[in-house]
Design a binder for this molecule. Structure first.
Ligand code: APR
Ligand code: ZN
Ligand code: ZN
Length: 366
């Protein structure tokens, strides 16, 4: 079967939009026809060479689609099911899955630039093209392991709810699942991109009091107000730590979420919470980055936490955010600045880098 796809041949090159062959799903695998994919910053890290990945690769990890075929032994989805991608797999049986932390599943120990059996399903002529986190949503069709697809209700628009598959889960999960933000508390969110806006929205959803948005673009700060930010801080014009301390009193915020992925902003987030405060790092720093933090701050009961995939329980949390959206309790359409075709993907990344979009969504022809 043929598919159009966006292929990264080498870091620092443009994505090539071209036709590939997709081989049929094998045992435990699923063929998905993607309806849409969000354009997330993490793929850009790979394009820029800041995150290593096997190339050539079909990128994309925020996908929504319909199951078109299943391989032998697949039991959790069937043809016609609507699914979201889960770029972190879960087996349901390993120690992590068993204790309720399936985002950390043992399956993550295996390389995920191929299918679990070590082979690929994309071909350009004779050449193998690799997968991205076994998801590769910048393609009209892709084969995924069963453990990477999460079935969701069929009445939800896939070109909107695809955002749940990364940006929503990463930002909202950091607030709800990892920081356990309490009603009435204060939350500082560093970075108001696709991920940060979801941290802000989730803080509002759980009833946080002061929600302080920090960014370097005024436009992003204005947008964050729509999602529940109560205070806006432009870190280019003022010291965000001092400003957060002034807004919150008591030496800082109860919680800080870092949704950028830079050592300086992780340090700022760490210094912006008061004694006993909690910091959650969501942003992906370039490989090889080292942090320099004041360790004395840890001795005042501050907690510096990380999170992966919003500490999601994938099969519970992805459908949960879809439900919240369908019930009108969680904004997703407002996160989308532009709907684009696959051809416009390189341009969409330029806009993302320049801070000109919330999220772009690639919409595939049906
Ligand atoms: N201080 C404050 N804000 C900053 C700074 C800074 N020094 N540098 C960048 N920002 C802001 C940008 O202006 C932008 O609004 O951080 C935001 C990052 O948002 P996006 O580029 O849209 O990225 P997003 O998809 O939200 O991902 C954020 O989380 O999942 C990871 O890999 C992803 O590391 C990335 C982070
Ligand atoms: Zn992402
Ligand atoms: Zn597992």
């Amino acid at each position: 079967m043929r598919t159009r796809a966006a292929v990264l041949y080498e870091p620092k090159q443009a994505l090539a939009i071209e036709e590939l062959e997709v081989l049929p799903p094998r045992a435990g695998e699923v063929l998905v026809r993607y309806v849409a994919s969000g354009v997330c910053h993490s793929d850009l890290h790979v394009i820029q060479g800041l995150m290593e990945w096997r190339t050539p690769v079909v990128l994309g990890h925020e996908g929504g689609g319909v199951v078109e075929a299943v391989g032998p032994g697949v039991s959790t989805v069937q043809v016609g099911d609507h699914v979201l991608t889960s770029y972190q797999p879960s087996c349901g049986r390993c120690p992590y899955c068993t204790i309720g932390r399936p985002n950390l599943c043992d399956l993550r120990d295996a390389p995920r630039f191929t299918m679990p059996d070590g082979t690929t399903r994309f071909r350009k002529g004779d050449r193998e093209i690799f997968h991205f986190f076994q998801v590769s949503s910048y393609a009209e069709r892709a084969v995924l392991p069963e453990h990477s697809v999460i079935p969701i209700r069929k009445d939800a628009p896939l070109d909107v709810v695809c955002l749940v598959s990364c940006g929503v889960m990463a930002g909202a999960g950091a607030v709800i699942n990892r920081a356990h933000v309490q009603p009435g508390s204060s939350v500082a969110v560093f970075g108001c991109g696709g991920v940060g806006l979801n941290a802000i929205q989730a803080a509002a959803l759980v009833g946080a009091g002061k929600i302080i948005a920090v960014d370097v673009f005024d436009q992003k700060l204005e947008w964050s107000r729509e999602f529940g930010a109560t205070h806006l801080v432009n870190a280019r014009r003022e010291d965000p730590v001092a400003r957060i301390q002034q807004i919150c009193g008591r030496g800082g915020a109860d919680y800080a979420i870092e949704a950028i992925g830079r050592p300086e902003t992780i340090d700022q987030a760490f210094r912006s919470v008061h004694r006993g405060g909690t910091v959650v790092v969501v942003g992906v720093a370039p490989a090889g980055t080292k942090l320099s933090l004041d360790p004395l701050l840890l001795l005042q009961d501050r907690a510096l936490l990380g999170t992966s995939f919003g500490s999601a329980r994938q099969r519970v949390d992805l459908p949960l955010f879809v439900d919240l959206f369908m019930q009108g309790k969680y904004k997703l359409r407002e996160l989308i600045s532009r709907q684009i075709g696959l051809d416009e993907l390189n341009h969409a990344y330029e806009l993302l880098e320049r801070g000109e979009v919330r999220r772009s969504v690639v919409r595939y022809p049906s």
